[in-house]
Design a protein around this ligand. Structure first.
Ligand SMILES: Nc1nc2c(ncn2[C@@H]2O[C@H](COP(=O)(O)OP(=O)(O)OP(=O)(O)O)[C@@H](O)[C@H]2O)c(=O)[nH]1
Ligand SMILES: [Mg+2]
Length: 335
């Protein structure tokens, strides 16, 4: 698609035309060098989409098999019943399960294909370093321009859950009763404290009650050791028990999502900007390593510069390209 068509396509994405959204996702996932200019152009055209500022980006993360996909589909249904449009992207960071998990996710997520207010996409990142961050960052910008709520599902505990902090307004950690490793991670401060904790598979009352109690304890310890970063100010991470298969706890989850969205309202732009600065640096470091950073004046300087230039209308991708050109030029001078 030539550059001139991109403005037209961006318009159609903003009016939530499914074919256009799909094309736009294909384009931003195209990481070949010759597509960079078009991707940057598209993301720039979508940057100030009216939907984006008022929208909600929800990151759903957690260990394999806890029910994230099942929960995503009932959550999406609950939001649709409230007349909100929903875009879903399920990112699978694992190379081994790429093909299979796409089918698996399709099977577990049941969505109405004729609903124009709902869009679902699965992305396999094939274990590529930074693939999750790239996929999540770029697709959230496309879906965020088209839909009221964007849900990003990722599997994992640890790095991927940190990546999601950079794209989501609200980070939801989903676990199931008896997931001791998560408790340990929280207590030890290895994990960031999520904005909302969901104990899914709470179909068995006694187990679920115990899990909630354990989590309360782990959260208290985590706060005490000063872990975290996802939470802002006075927000206290609520624990919501759900059963995705029975559909229970979903109203409560939506209420907590709305409460958190409201809580971050005034800090929302700053929070998204922090994520963009981080993504810009991540992209650049992935390309040129620490040598790139030091050549251009160090991390602190680059961060400040990213803040300024992103305010000035650059996107993380366009800014990263600019920085790359400067780095290459600097290398040429010293050679
Ligand atoms: N009993 C019970 N089973 C559930 C619940 N939610 C999901 N499951 C089951 O748990 C299994 C895994 O569900 P998924 O939704 O695929 O889990 P996931 O977290 O998306 O899994 P990955 O994407 O592979 O990490 C499926 O067999 C679901 O039917 C629940 O609330 N209760
Ligand atoms: Mg899943």
């Amino acid at each position: 698609m030539p550059l001139s068509d991109i403005a037209e396509d961006a318009q159609q994405v903003m009016s939530a035309n499914k074919a256009a959204v799909s094309r736009a996702l294909n384009l931003v996932e195209d990481r070949r060098a010759e597509s960079h200019a078009r991707v940057a152009e598209l993301l720039a055209a979508l940057k100030d989409a009216p939907k984006a500022a008022g929208g909600h980006r929800v990151g759903l993360t957690g260990p394999p098999g806890v029910g994230k996909s099942t929960l995503t589909s009932v959550l999406a249904r609950g939001l649709r019943l409230r007349d909100r449009t929903v875009g879903v992207v399920a990112v699978d960071p694992s190379s081994m399960r790429s093909g299979g998990s796409l089918l698996g996710d399709r099977a577990r997520m049941s969505f109405d294909p004729t609903d124009n207010g709902l869009f679902v996409r699965s992305l396999a990142t094939a274990g590529e370093v930074g693939g999750l961050a790239y996929a999540a960052n770029s697709s959230v910008r496309v879906l965020g321009a088209a839909y009221d709520t964007v849900i990003i599902e990722t599997t994992g505990v640890g790095q991927s859950e940190i990546d999601i902090v950079h794209v989501a307004d609200t980070v939801v950690l989903v676990i199931q009763p008896g997931s001791g490793d998560v408790l340990q991670f929280l207590k030890a401060g290895i994990m960031e404290i999520p904005d909302i904790l969901v104990v899914n598979k709470a179909d068995q009352d006694e187990l679920a009650r115990r899990a909630v109690a354990d989590l309360r304890g782990a959260l208290r310890t985590a706060h005490a050791v000063g872990a975290g970063g996802a939470q802002d100010g006075a927000w206290e991470t609520p624990i919501v028990a759900t059963s995705a298969t029975k559909g229970s706890g979903i109203d409560e989850l939506i209420a907590q999502l709305d409460a958190h969205r409201k809580h971050v309202e005034t800090a929302l732009l700053a929070r998204r900007r922090r994520g963009e600065v981080q993504w810009t640096l991540d992209l650049f470091i992935r390309k040129h390593g620490e040598h790139g950073v030091s050549t251009l004046g160090g991390r602190r300087l680059l961060k400040a510069r990213a803040e300024r230039e992103l305010d000035g209308g650059e996107t993380p991708l366009s800014l990263c390209e600019q920085l790359s050109r400067e780095y290459v030029a600097a290398l040429g001078q010293t050679a």
